[in-house]
Design a protein around this ligand. Sequence first.
Ligand SMILES: [Zn+2]
Length: 146
Amino acid sequence: MKIDFNEKVTAFHRAFSDENKCLKLLADLKWEQGFVCRKCGHTNYCKGKSPYSRRCTRCKAEESVTAHTVFHHCKIPMNKALEIAFLICIKPDISSYEISKRIDLRHMTCYSFQKKIINCRDSSINNKLLKKVIASLNSTVNATLN
Ligand SMILES: [Zn+2]
């Protein structure tokens, strides 16, 4: 049986409506292989100031969960940012107008973020984390539908 688009979107909302949960997902995938400080290479960390950020216990450099990812400087709440990535994945020809209507954000905001996601996805260097994120969103959503 083919699962339709709206069912997937509903399942996504059920699983990922909470922004903190989305930040945690990103943190888990970003540091899947463990934390390494970008400044000094140290691998011990403590909690940083912003949610799910990590602070190096040696040089005190803090890295946010979105730093060095496609979600950096993204003004969109993480659950909505992930929803945009998910929508693009399950409906590749989706328009930025439809995204804007579905997630209730300004069209220009959706347009530029959609472009950013697509550029990242199609880049062979920077797309690893995004691929992992999308795979994880998909498997969670599919698990609730099967
Ligand atoms: Zn450090």
